[in-house]
Design a protein around this ligand. Sequence first.
Ligand code: SF4
Length: 180
Amino acid sequence: MKKLLVHCCCAHCTAYTINHWRSQDYEVTALWYNPNIYPYAEHQQRLKAMQSLARTMDFSLRVINGYDITKYFGNVVGDEANRCQHCFQLRLKKTAEAALGSGFNAFTTSLLISPHQKHDLLVKTGQQLAYETGISFLYADLRKRYSDSRHITKPLDLYRQQYCGCIYSERERNASTNKA
Ligand code: SF4
């Protein structure tokens, strides 16, 4: 069976993503590396939800130790307009390298299920990393399954985030809430 490493952004996007790739006959392992998430307490709450999902759905979860937020800001500050590009690059590069170093056949990301993400940019980033590292990037447009994924996690009572992850997205979310 082929081995797939799935970068996981949150439990709610991961649930259906894991089922999808399992149904394609991949042995799936999840990878947690999301140094974009701010603040640290939020990062830990989302990680805890992911660990709980991994136990419930019985998949292996690798966690990259530490909280690399300085790396995130190091790439983004001064180029905030392109922050998502830097964010995808940082997270997917770590995933591709981990996959390569541990004998996986391919890598992908749960971000592909979210209609809120810059989908084309994600695909381009994954494909470019595949070209650079030599490990395959698996693509599936799962955006129509976004609500199915949330239906899977609903009864599990997991922490549900209110913004994408970075400080900029938190501010944007707060600004729109205050307007309402
Ligand atoms: S909006 Fe989301 S994808 Fe874009 S930089 Fe912030 S956390 Fe990353």
